[in-house]
Design a protein around this ligand. Structure first.
Ligand code: FES
Length: 486
């Protein structure tokens, strides 16, 4: 087997999302071996890629950075010890390749001398054949064929990426992601939407213990939690304190909604973002020593000065310590009222959660329809960002059925459409006739049996929508609903 490259890194190299490559694999147009792509297969399947020009990749990255402006992207270099270890590995590879070339050079010299000897006392016919063989060998050694030039450029690109990032496979779930910049394994997992077990995130609790099955890691943050010698011998590491040196396989638990315990913490208000007179967002920063663990689509209780409410989280777990909650101004909701009137940056709010099981089915490769009724956009926004991090869904359509608050994050939805080939945004204005609107949406999906639907709104809105979609062919089990305020 030749030069093998993990699928996540292939996606970066060719500037395609992973789900597009998975579609090619399913369709038989891209061959893989244990989730890896062989270099010749890469060059065959993507003949149009200009390996020495990453302008397109930069363009896509810029759009994505804009689309996820609120996400904390570390563009820093890897930790210096990790960088040194990766450069040492690269140096070893280079030395091995040099030694092999030297060996081949010696073989060629020996072959040349052998041909000389054979030519001396053979027939004219044999001498002619040996002469032709020597000419063939020299010509092919002198001329680099075009696909070798391509292979050289592709390997150079891949090597640079191997210096800047490492590929991680989580077992037994099979999740894959890249660790970039100076992220730890835990930082990168969360950034990529993989919900690994953790607690304090700073080396105290030991909740992020995992086992290194292959590859090398380096400790990049000191930790107070003590790993016993037996643990170390068994390959146990702390995900919040270690970074990969090369491509690694880790045994770790990926949590579902029921695995995440209810947490209580005090956090700081970063800002209040009033979209309009009917809805506002509360941006909160969790303390460094206690991030809130949750899955996209879940809710939390938030309280300040004796008033509280339960609201859907609108941010993605991949946003580090930042938590966004979107809160409609409704009569009788004292917490919402305080958000619009008195709450300010640096106030301390108490959080309790997460609650709810309205989360993505990550094992489903089916196309997805998101239905957001009014402020139901909040959990849907979180789910969409999570789905984007995982790059799993074949396609994503967002139908936002607005209420009087309107499409208050219209620009964000349009930016997602620009950034992603598989995302469609379909805003619907407020209407007095929701039945007709739902009826007009379902007719656009004659193959609803293929889809998963995630819908968020009031119980009445969701009941009505479910009836339309199920009667138009949706499998009942593929309807996922999040009732606001639960
Ligand atoms: S999360 Fe607590 S030690 Fe890693």
């Amino acid at each position: 087997m030749g030069h093998l490259i993990p699928l996540s890194r292939v996606a970066k190299l060719v500037g395609q999302p992973r789900h597009a490559l998975q579609e090619m694999i399913r369709g038989g147009t891209l061959a893989t071996f244990d989730g890896m792509v062989e270099l010749d297969e890469l060059l065959r399947a993507f003949p149009e890629v200009k390996w020495d020009d990453d302008a397109e990749f930069r363009r896509v990255t810029e759009i994505k950075d804009k689309a996820f402006a609120k996400r904390v992207f570390e563009r820093a270099l890897p930790d210096k010890e990790v960088l040194a270890a990766r450069l040492t590995e690269l140096g070893d590879d280079y030395a091995a390749a040099k030694a092999l070339l030297r060996h081949y050079g010696n073989v060629m010299t020996w072959l040349d001398e052998k041909i000389d000897e054979l030519e001396e006392d053979k027939s004219a016919e044999t001498r002619h054949a040996l002469h032709a063989l020597r000419a063939f060998l020299l010509r092919n050694l002198d001329e680099m064929p075009p696909d070798a030039v391509q292979a050289q450029a592709a390997i150079a690109q891949e090597r640079i990426r191997k210096i800047m990032s490492a590929h991680v496979t989580i077992q037994p779930s099979g999740h894959e992601f890249l660790v970039e910049g100076n992220d730890t394994l835990l930082d990168a997992a969360l950034r990529n939407g993989v919900s690994l077990d953790y607690g304090c995130s700073n080396g105290n609790c030991g909740d992020c213990r995992a086992r290194l099955l292959s590859g090398k890691v380096k400790k990049v943050h000191a930790h107070d939690y003590v790993l016993k010698q037996a643990d170390k011998d068994a390959g146990v590491i702390l995900l919040c304190s270690y970074a990969p040196v090369n491509d690694v396989v880790i045994e770790a638990n990926v949590a579902g909604a029921r695995d995440i315990p209810v947490q209580r913490l005090a956090a700081r208000v970063k800002s209040v973002e009033v979209f309009n007179s009917r809805i506002a967002a509360l941006h909160i920063i969790a303390p460094r020593s206690q991030r809130l663990r949750f899955l996209a689509g879940q809710s939390i209780d938030v309280s300040l000065d004796g008033v509280h409410g339960r609201y859907a989280i609108a941010s993605c777990p991949c946003e580090d310590r930042h938590i966004e909650i979107q809160i409609p101004r409704s009569p009788g909701d004292a917490f919402a009222e305080s958000l619009f009137t008195t709450m300010k940056a640096n106030d301390t709010v108490n959080l309790e959660g997460p609650y709810g099981e309205f989360v993505l089915d990550e094992d489903s490769p089916r196309p997805v329809i998101f239905l957001a009724f009014g402020a139901g956009f909040a959990p849907i926004k979180s789910l969409i960002q999570h789905a984007m991090s995982l790059e799993l869904a074949e396609s994503m359509d967002l139908h936002w059925l607005a209420d009087e608050a309107g499409h208050y994050q219209d620009n964000l939805c349009r930016t997602w459409t620009d950034a992603l080939d598989n995302f469609n945004y379909l805003p619907h204005a407020p209407t007095d006739d929701p039945e007709s609107l739902l009826g007009s949406i379902v007719v656009d999906y004659p193959d609803l049996h293929r889809f998963d639907i995630y819908a968020a709104g009031t119980a009445t809105q969701l009941q009505r929508a479910r009836a339309h979609f199920v009667s138009a062919g949706l499998h009942k089990a593929r309807w996922f609903a999040g009732v606001l305020g639960t």
